[in-house]
Design a protein around this ligand. Sequence first.
Ligand code: NAD
Length: 372
Amino acid sequence: MKIGVPKETAEGERRVALVPDSVRSLAKREGVEIVVESGAGVASGHPDEQYIEAGATIGSRDDALTSDLLLAVAVPDSNLISSLRSGQVLISHLAYLTSAETNKALAEAGVTAFAMEAIPRTTRAQAMDALSSQATAAGYAATMIASRESGRFWGMLTTAAGTIRPAKVLVLGAGVAGLQAIATAKRLGAIVTGFDIRRAAWEQIASLGGRPLELDFIPDAEGEGGYARPLTEDENERVRQAIAENAARQDIIISTAAIPGRAAPTLITAEAVANMAPGSVIVDLAAETGGNCELTEAGTTIVSGGVKVVGPSNLPSDLPGHSSQLYAKNLENLLGLMITDDGALVLNFEDDIIDASCIAHEGEIRGERTAK
Ligand SMILES: NC(=O)c1ccc[n+]([C@@H]2O[C@H](COP(=O)([O-])OP(=O)(O)OC[C@H]3O[C@@H](n4cnc5c(N)ncnc54)[C@H](O)[C@@H]3O)[C@@H](O)[C@H]2O)c1
């Protein structure tokens, strides 16, 4: 079986689906051949020679794209999909809950497609959970951006020239990315407050040394599968008011609140931004899905009343080496469920991970949520 790793072509995408270490371990399997498009790993710090040394062949784009099984990072564009043939298998991010066109095109092309975002959030699937591995990178990268943009020390400093007070940081949304942002801001020495509408997250915020902002006037909003349920308009309004009050006391806000398959909830109003001191910074990790801040513009930074509102896109790509390393490990673990000892690809749809993550097979779109 031939596994192909094409070079990512999406603008700003620096990750690669397989790093040389993962190639080394996959290539050990009998009957498995890996072809990497020349230059695919360069932006993440892996030149072609490292792949050759790990046991892969370096080839053209066509060589990679005609493989039996394709591994990619970014949601494929129509060019890539049109170059696929029926019966090929593609494993990638597919934005399957929001990109109906991609689902349809993959099914029509007869491709068997696995969406890394559809890996179940279960204990057994943890090692394959790309949403978590990439959110970890995003939370860390967002904190690094906030630190740089704030132009200040984050920890308390006592010097001969005076004392610097620690930065005050508020993290909105304490899922995987938010918890990583809290942990990273704490390591930098900031005083950190965390907020989530799921009560279970409050304990997790505290366990990282953050102070949970306990808005207990709204009931626990934990919904299906451990995700948050959307708040009612009235609940949202009360949350926004409480956050506006708290925001005025913060130097930095990192916002990560999300609900799968929906636009990001608005948590920081223009008024809340106006209440913040000039020089404060908001990094809105939800920028690509509409933003948690009313003023966010995806892919750019705006300044309002001296407050910087940063709307980064594709944060995991800011740490291409480590994001690729974790993503490649997720893929390697998923492939462990699909590749037999003699190198054959066998898809067992009785396996809940294979079943949930396969969104197109034999010309059909699979799964209720994908079809919707
Ligand atoms: N293997 C596992 O068991 C596993 C792995 C990863 C995550 N999880 C769980 O999955 C869930 C989702 O994690 P995620 O990081 O993918 O979340 P996510 O990216 O979907 O959302 C980020 C956070 O935003 C919060 N949020 C949504 N609306 C909000 C609002 N209006 N105000 C404030 N916060 C809001 C959510 O509760 C979530 O914590 C969590 O319960 C997490 O613990 C489980």
